[in-house]
Write a protein that binds this ligand. Sequence first.
Ligand code: ADP
Ligand code: MG
Length: 644
Amino acid sequence: MISPRILVVEDESIVAEDIRERLQRFGYEVADAVSSGEAAIARAAGLRPDLVLMDISLSGAIDGIEAAEKIHEQWDIPVVFLTAYSDSGTLQRARSSGSFGYLLKPFDERELRATVEIALYRHRLEKELKESRNRLAITLQSIGDGVISTDSHGIITYLNPVAEELTGWTKEEATGRELSEVFNILDETTEAVAPNPMTRAIRDGVIVGLQNHTVLVSRSGRRVFIEDSAAPIRDEKGRITGGILVFHSVNERRHLEDQLRQAQKMEAIGRLAGGIAHDFNNITTVVYGQSELLLKRLSESDPARNNVEEIKKAGERAASLTRQLLAFSRKQILQPRVLDLNEIILEMEDMLRRLIGEDIELTLSLAPALGKVKADPGQLQQVLLNLVINARDAMPQGGRLIIETADVELSEGLASEPDTVAPGRYVMVAVSDTGTGMTPEVQERIFEPFFTTKEQSKGTGLGLSTVYGIVSQSGGCIRVHSEPGAGTSFSIYLPQAEEDIPEAGEAEPLITAPAGGETILLVEDEAMLRRLFHEILEMDGFNVLEAANGREALQMSERYQGRLHLLITDVIMPQMSGYELADQLLQRHPGLKIIFMSGYTDDVQVQRSINNQGVMFIQKPFTPEALERKIREALEPQSPQSAG
Ligand code: ADP
Ligand code: MG
């Protein structure tokens, strides 16, 4: 071990020499001996000795006590005083200067040695203590969790920066207060004050975890979901001297969990709704179709006509509900086109103005040269219509309605919230109102089918679920901003489409040529529907061949000698899909026209085939007239304006 280096400060040179000799005899190294306070400070700065032996009364501008204070403060060097005076004033001053001991002249060797050793030892201890305290303080300062410590009565003794941030109290303000005053926690569900875990930790001497669902209310009233635990602090004898509370915000995690739950909920409801809608499709088609056929048979004066009309109306209502459910469950068959959203909005403008009435001012703010989107135009109109109707309903006293379009780039962060769409270029359309707005609780549920806050006759709760289904099926997403009293804004983002708008328009055929006894092969596995369609077709004067599945249809077409004009087939059937059947029949009957019928589909092939030439599609449920119109369209020779 290297010997401690000591600086001696003594203005009487004989005494100084004597001390130096004695110190060296004990094995210390005397770094230097100086005779004034100023010199002592200068040498201490240069030599950095381990200890200074300092005479108190020195000639010069500053005395020993002053010099010692400076040396100790600046370089953390311990000082032992030498003095001839034992008056209490001087000793008091020496003590309060932070000295590490003093020697009364004259002193013997034993005293000198003991005092120096004790001073060196004390200084080493203090230094270690300071270092470990620093380490602890730095750890607590930089830890990612909030930390609060208290004494055994629950009075706060420390708060780290994260705890300051989460509670809204500074360390200075919080220290000395009751923990419950600063760490104010509520039960998330009951809103009751939650029991403070520290109380038990200190009382029972156990580590206590916070209950789940605890909300920390900050000084300013901000709420943070937190999680964590309290533990007792014990001294070396095991006595509890206080407690320590460690906590962190789980807001981010809770947010993600909520999103996931919401997505799963929508998915589950969607599956349920889709399943119901599929079966209901067939039923409502039959109810509606059969009542239509019955009406045709009844004479104008038949008193039963009224009853049948009512049945038909009910069937119509059921069909419309089913369609909305299908839209929500994203099982609808979309017929997308590349189109300009601005054009759609402008086409609807007059109708929308009439719809919202005079008290609501409509403003269009459409971005020039807006990017194109690929979507089903009819469905997009439905989306806009539903949003505008909702906005109108939210402004019974009138107000302002703004429809806005813009090209936007969704970055990674934005795109991931609240539902996932890929980052990229989108076209946005926003419908904003100055109406009643919504509470967060309402906002959470608006996309659920049948969720409505309106009176029974006014709302079905299917408007926004339809919007949701159409938008997500089109690869887009919806954002909602709303505040009670301030209004609501729905923004819809649809992916920008690359292709140009095809020039061909979809001309509605106006021709009502009578059926001329053409032969139709009808394929439908549901007997109830097959009977209905058969009857409709026969009433219209067609020659009908019917089959319950693909295999039967192929056999039938082989046996049939005449010309086959049209195939009307269900798409989803056991064994052979309508699509496969059509492929096989086309090889044998090249001129065959085809109409696919389906209630819903996940089948991309159907989506693709719809866009093929010579192939038509009709979505169940449909009315007899709609079927008749499709058939005419299919059998008519191509009209010049509808040629692609
Ligand atoms: P409905 O309009 O039949 O009630 P929706 O699915 O269209 O069904 O809307 C569901 C609910 O969402 C409404 O009942 C209403 O509470 C709320 N809502 C929708 N749009 C708005 C809006 N613009 N302002 C305020 N609340 C709205
Ligand atoms: Mg609505």
